[in-house]
Every structure is written in C-alpha cells, then in structure tokens.
Design a binder for this molecule. Structure first.
Ligand code: ZN
Length: 494
C-alpha cells in the first residue's frame, strides 16, 4: 500500500445513508466515510485513496475510477486512445478499474519508429569498439508487466515511464541471462542456490573469465571487473494488446510457506497486467546487444570452443525460449519462440559479408597505398631532376642554360626543331661572343646528327640548311664543309 498516511482501498458497497445530502461509502474494513468530492460518484469495486488529515480524521483523498477520470482528462473519445498508458495505468486509475484492452496507438507507433532510429544511431556510434548482435524475439504468448509498487510480482518488464510503451529494460535481459548462465554452466548444488549452496554457484561464476567478461565479476587478483557487453532496452516492433489478467491462488498461506493448505482458505484473486500479441500480428521484440571487440572473438573457455559472440547468441536465445523473462505464474508467461538455427545462419552470413567488405576495403587500401607510393616516387624523381639541373647549370649563363635544356631533349626531331628555332630567332640579334657560342652549339649538333654539310646545286643555288651552314662557318671563321669534308668527318667520327 501507499505510504504512511495514504492508503488505497476498494469500495465494497455504497452507503444507503444520506445525511445532509452527503454521500457516504463503505470500505473493506467496514468503515463508513464521507465523500467530500461531490462531483464524483462511487460504485462497487471502485478504488480510492484514503488518508488522515491534520486532525487525524480519515478522509477520501482521491477518486480513482477509470471512466470518470477519463471524462475529466479528455472529452473526446477518439483522443483517449492516445493517452500515455503509463500515465493512465500508474497514475490515474488502478488495475481494478481496467476492464478493457489497450492497443498500440498512433503516438506509440511514431515513438517506436523513433526509438528504432535512435537505436540504429547508437549501434553505428558503437561500431568501432563494439560488435553488434541483433535479433528479433517473437513472444510465444504473454508477458507480465510490472507496475512498480503496485505489482505483486517481481518483474522488471514495465511500461516505459515516458513513452508508456511496454518494453524490456536492458537490465532485465542482462539479469535473466546472467541467472540462466549460472544455472546452466555453474550450478553444482541440487536445489535452490539461495538456500542450498548459499550462492556458492554464483561466486564460482564471477571468477570465470568468460562470465566476468560478459557480466562483470572478479579477476585473478580478486579485484572486481566490469562486464564488456551492453544489453540495450528492447521494444516491440508490432501491434500489441495490454489487458488485465487474473489468477486466483486458493492457498496463499500454503504457497507462502507459512501454513498447511486448508479448504477454508479464502480465494485471493491477484490482478496483473499482461502484454500479448494483437489478433493479427506476432508480437516481436528487438533484442540489441553490443559486445566489446576486445572479447567478442575470444573463446568462452578452453573446453567450449565457441567465441564469446556465438556463445551469447546461442545461450541468450535458449534463455529467452526456455527460461523466459519476467514473472511466470504458470506456463505460458514470458517465453519466446526464436528459431535458433535460423538466427545462427543469419549471424554467420552477416559475418561473412562483413569479412568480404573488409577484404574489398583492404584491396582499395592496397591500391591507394600503391598509388601514393608511385606519386611519391614521381615527385622524388622530379625533385632529383630539379636538383641535377640546378647543379649542372649553376655556373651557366641564361643562354647556356637554354643550350643545356635543349641538350636534355631526347626526341631527336623535337630537339632539332628547338635548335633551328633558337638559331632563327637569335643569331642575328646577338653580341659577338654569344653569337659564336650559338653558332658553335648548332654546328656541333648538326655534325653529330650528320647534317653538317654544304650542298651547292648546278646553278650555284643552295637550300636553306646549306645557307645556314655557310653562315655558321662565317661566324666561326672556319671553312665550309664540302662533300669531301663530310666523308672525312664521317670517317673521323667512326
Ligand atoms: Zn547453487
């Protein structure tokens, strides 16, 4: 019940007595109370809060009946379905007054889409450091939803306090999974660990390397280490139905372990909320887990050759399928129906594709590396040539540098063109010294390429190149080479 001076009670019957037009009501304990909130009418089975005022007089604090409050909350019938369910169920009414089903509304549909987008952003941001493991868990039947303090069950599944949507907190998944692993892999005692082994099984588990790397535990020096796996909150991705379920254990004291079962035990109905699939679609929860890359490829242990990520996937599916999540009052609550082999196949395929992608990225990286090397080599060569050019031309005049540049040309036709061009442009404009240098440069070139010759025709007409040879000879004050000279020079060259 709710605190020291506030108590939730249920109306058993209305009072017939009407003193001064005030309405009186009866409570479970036979107390008759005045209704000070005149606008509200009580019916049998409504739930109200009562509490003592400053003088110690018990008074009705708040009326809790669903329909009336909904009327106060909003008049438009259509808008009602869009009210936050957490607010509605936890704050404005009580489970006793819920007599209808609630389905996923438009707001929630939108919120769930945003939640998924958010989750994808989170997953992307974790990608560098974490290996993400995702699968869809189809609910087999029903899941019990805890309602904070009001719930009689120890269950972590609840309506999200801001979204009002049923969800499984990551901590609940982690807790359930951790418990499952202890029971499956570390249990040595034959009964309940709590009583039988005084939790020795758990103490063994937290010293195990694989276990502590997932959930946190102790290292070899008995120092505590934190787990390297993140269990994210899990939300439904399809329509759902929330409704009241009821269970009537007849022998409460016997189940509590306080007394023997008796036929005279009063039935004590327990109301609780469940979420289940809608009539048309399966109810599927998205399970998202991020495993730190520093452990995901490590082995669970030496005997079990599975990698941590495979171990988690397979065991978590088993845990959800066979161990279930949340309170399980009888078979059918909190179990999932996940195809383990199918999920393993999907996971392997995902991994293969990732490797392939990595391979292709590797190839691209190698290509870029080679390209960069080549570019570096090229610029190195250019630098070297520049250096060489600087070195070779450091004592040269501008004019001599021009000769040098032409000498470096490897294409003989182009070289020839450049020489003739330089000659035609400059020979008549130069001072004597430079004119001599140019003439000597051209002569050497012509001689080297076998064009140092003077041909006079029958009418003593000469072609352009012979004209040029003659002019050079004049400048250099040497004899004009005739055919005879050419033969001799060829011989000399050989
Ligand atoms: Zn034990």
């Amino acid at each position: 019940m709710k605190g020291k001076n506030k108590m939730e009670v249920r109306i058993v019957r209305e009072s017939k007595k009407q003193k001064d037009k005030k309405v009186f009501v009866w409570f479970t304990h036979g107390k008759e109370l005045e209704n000070t909130q005149r606008e509200l009418q009580y019916k049998k089975d409504d739930v109200v809060f009562v509490g003592a005022d400053s003088k110690g007089v018990i008074k009705i604090k708040k009326y809790h009946a669903y329909e009336n409050l909904m009327k106060c909350l909003c008049d438009n019938q259509k808008d009602r379905v869009n009210i936050n369910k957490s607010l509605l169920i936890n704050k404005f009414t009580s489970i006793f007054n819920l007599d209808k089903s609630y389905f996923r509304n438009k707001n929630e549909e939108y919120i769930l889409k945003e939640v998924e987008k958010n989750n994808n952003v989170i997953k992307e941001s974790l990608e560098n450091k974490f290996e993400c493991l995702s699968f869809k868990a189809k609910l087999a039947d029903k899941l019990i939803i805890g309602l904070g303090g009001q719930s009689v069950f120890e269950t972590d599944i609840t309506l999200h306090h801001t979204y009002g949507i049923p969800y499984i907190p990551g901590q609940a998944i982690k807790g359930m999974f951790r418990n499952y692993i202890i029971q499956e892999y570390f249990k040595k005692c034959s009964h309940d660990c709590n009583e039988d082994c005084k939790n020795q099984c758990e103490k063994d588990a937290i010293k195990h390397k694989g276990f502590s790397s997932i959930f946190g535990g102790e290292n070899d020096e008995e120092k505590s280490v934190s787990g390297k796996v993140i269990f994210m909150d899990s939300f439904p991705d399809s329509d759902f139905e929330i409704k009241t379920d009821i269970m009537t254990p007849h022998h409460g004291k016997y189940y509590n372990g306080t007394e023997q079962p008796l036929d005279t035990d009063e039935p004590n109905p327990i109301y609780f909320l469940v979420v289940e699939r809608s009539k048309t679609t399966d109810l599927v929860f998205h399970i998202n887990i991020a495993i730190d890359k520093s452990i995901s490829n490590k082995k669970w242990n030496e005997d079990n050759g599975k990698n941590i990520d495979e171990f988690i996937l397979e065991n978590l599916i088993d845990a959800l399928n066979f161990h279930g999540i949340g309170a399980k009052t009888s078979v059918g609550y909190g179990y999932f129906d996940i195809d383990k082999e199918e999920e393993k196949r999907k996971r392997n395929k995902e991994k293969e594709e990732k490797l392939k992608q990595q391979g292709e990225q590797e190839k691209i990286r190698e290509y870029e590396k080679q390209k960069k090397l080549k570019e570096e080599e090229k610029s190195k060569k250019i630098l070297e040539e520049e250096q060489k050019f600087k070195e070779a031309t450091k004592n040269m005049s501008e004019f001599q540098i021009q000769f040098y540049k032409i000498d470096e040309i490897t294409d003989s036709i182009k070289k020839n063109e450049e020489i003739i061009k330089l000659y035609n442009e400059k020979i008549d404009l130069l001072e004597e010294l430079e004119q001599n240098e140019l003439a000597e440069f051209v002569r050497k070139h012509l001689e080297f390429s076998g064009k140092w010759e003077y041909k006079s025709g029958k009418n003593k007409k000469v072609d352009k190149s012979s004209e040029r040879v003659k002019k050079i000879c004049n400048i250099l004050k040497i004899e004009v080479p005739d055919k005879q000279f050419k033969k001799n020079s060829n011989l000399n060259l050989k």
